[in-house]
Design a protein around this ligand. Structure first.
Ligand code: T46
Length: 138
């Protein structure tokens, strides 16, 4: 069985500097999150009713933040599933390797920021659920 499971994934309460000019949140790799950041990407202009994700990563660690608006993410370690509702820019969901994820319920104008531990590599993906389950059961 994989060393990674749903218990490893959790919400991280990020630093928030409040100010009459507006708030500021920052993330330092290796300090606030358990990996160094090698890549960032973001999802935006997501049409109502769209679903994203539908895959797992072999070795990638990620922090997923609803920078604006809200969406849901369902994590699945092959044994259990857990749904998270992300709607605050100072909460990040840490997702470890070997977790299948599906995202839905994007609000209008939602922006999903992702901090990732490695560069994009299609070979790191399980895009077939049966392949993921077979690997997660080893
Ligand atoms: C995840 C969720 C939250 C790239 O070329 N570079 C990149 O860094 C990424 C992330 C994607 N792509 C290409 C690969 C596909 O041709 O962009 C296309 C769409 O990617 P994908 O279908 O994987 O997008 P999502 O939104 O389903 O998933 C992404 C991440 O892939 C995934 O790691 O956790 O966002």
């Amino acid at each position: 069985m994989s060393q990674f499971n749903l218990d490893t994934c959790h919400i991280i309460d990020l630093p928030k500097i409040t100010d009459s000019r507006g708030n500021l949140t920052f993330v330092e790799g290796g300090r606030h999150i358990p990996f160094d950041i090698k890549r960032t990407y973001y999802l935006y202009d997501v049409p109502g009713g769209a679903e994203r994700g539908g895959h797992a990563h072999k070795g990638l660690h990620q922090l997923i933040i609803a920078i604006s608006g809200a969406f849901d993410i369902v994590l699945d370690d092959g044994h259990r599933k857990q749904r998270y509702h992300l709607n605050r820019s100072y909460f990040g969901l840490y997702v470890c390797p070997m977790i299948w994820r599906e995202m839905d319920n994007f609000s209008s104008g939602a922006v999903c920021l992702v901090l990732a531990s490695n560069l994009y590599d299609e070979a790191d993906y399980y895009r077939d659920y049966a392949d993921f389950i077979a690997a997660a059961s080893k």
